[in-house]
Design a protein around this ligand. Structure first.
Ligand code: ARG
Length: 273
């Protein structure tokens, strides 16, 4: 995770951002600290990257890379305002002992557009990540990467429209996807949780599940009910200030998915955020 020490809404690169309205950094920091504490309370490990001045969106660490089985596929940002984050996140991984690190040739925004399940990686395209990056990631990771076409600018990253509930099921907002991609999702996940537009616009799908607990936007009431009905522990968090930049809980979380040494598993996987 990356503390929002330099957080601001200074430019608009998605429809949620209104530089004239701005955002309150102190509130953002408070909300972010709550999210970090939630992960720690759930038994996950949280590693931090140093926030860099001049990079107000760096708090959205999900975009920094994609990590699968210890292999780190680096981000290459679509907009110049965030370009310097790519090398900064890659440096964090090399400095922290990750040996299989790949500097991407194609534009991709890390876990914002790549979501990992047990046997495949779902990949969004249409607004940020280049479809060529899907192929590049598949080759580097040795895992099937399934392309999904995003069509609604409000849901410009895959992680705003879909999240893995476990290693083999997902929740998503169907209308964020092209007709063909909706069919793909129906085929792959017949038992998926389908979210309403009402829950999607509160960033309800920008959630983090460890298979047992789902950390989710406090306002996504309908989705929370359905998740409880399916036996998940729902952990609501308020990240309304960060939403002014177009981000929610998942955007603030780069999942490394390594077991924490010595931990007795509550969930199937430890989340190293
Ligand atoms: N302002 C950031 C951007 O538009 C928000 C990133 C949100 N991150 C995410 N994983 N969806 O790039």
């Amino acid at each position: 995770m990356c503390r929002p020490d330099h957080f601001a809404v200074e430019y608009a690169i998605n429809p949620w951002m209104h530089p004239e309205a701005g955002a309150d950094r102190a509130t953002a920091i408070r909300q972010w600290e709550t999210l970090r504490d939630v992960y720690l309370d759930l038994g996950h490990r949280v590693s931090l990257i140093e926030p860099l001045e001049g990079l107000p969106d760096m708090v959205f660490s999900a975009n920094g890379a994609l990590v699968v089985d210890g292999r780190v596929y680096g981000a290459r940002f679509a907009y110049p305002q965030r370009a310097a984050e790519g090398p900064a996140y890659l440096r964090w991984f090399t400095q922290n002992g990750y040996e299989r690190v790949h500097e991407a040739a194609f534009v991709n925004e890390g876990e914002g557009d790549f979501l990992t399940l047990d046997h495949l990686v779902l990949a969004g395209t249409g607004f940020r990540t280049d479809i060529s990056a899907h192929k590049e990631a598949q080759e580097f990771l040795g895992r099937p990467v399934v392309t999904l076409q995003l069509v609604d600018p409000r849901f410009y990253h895959l992680d705003t429209a879909l999240f893995p509930l476990s290693g083999h099921n997902v929740a998503y907002f169907p209308e964020a996807f092209s007709p063909g991609s909706r069919e793909v999702l129906r085929t792959l996940f017949p038992d998926a949780v389908l979210a309403s537009e009402e829950d999607a616009v509160t960033f309800g799908l920008n959630s983090v599940s460890d298979g047992v607990n789902v950390v989710i936007s406090a306002e996504a009431g309908g989705l929370q009910l359905e998740l409880k009905r399916r036996g998940f522990e729902v952990v609501p968090v308020d990240l309304s200030e960060l939403r002014k930049a177009g981000g929610g809980p998942k955007c603030c979380t780069l999942e490394i998915r390594e077991r924490v040494a010595g931990a007795t598993a509550p969930g199937p996987e430890g989340v190293d955020a």
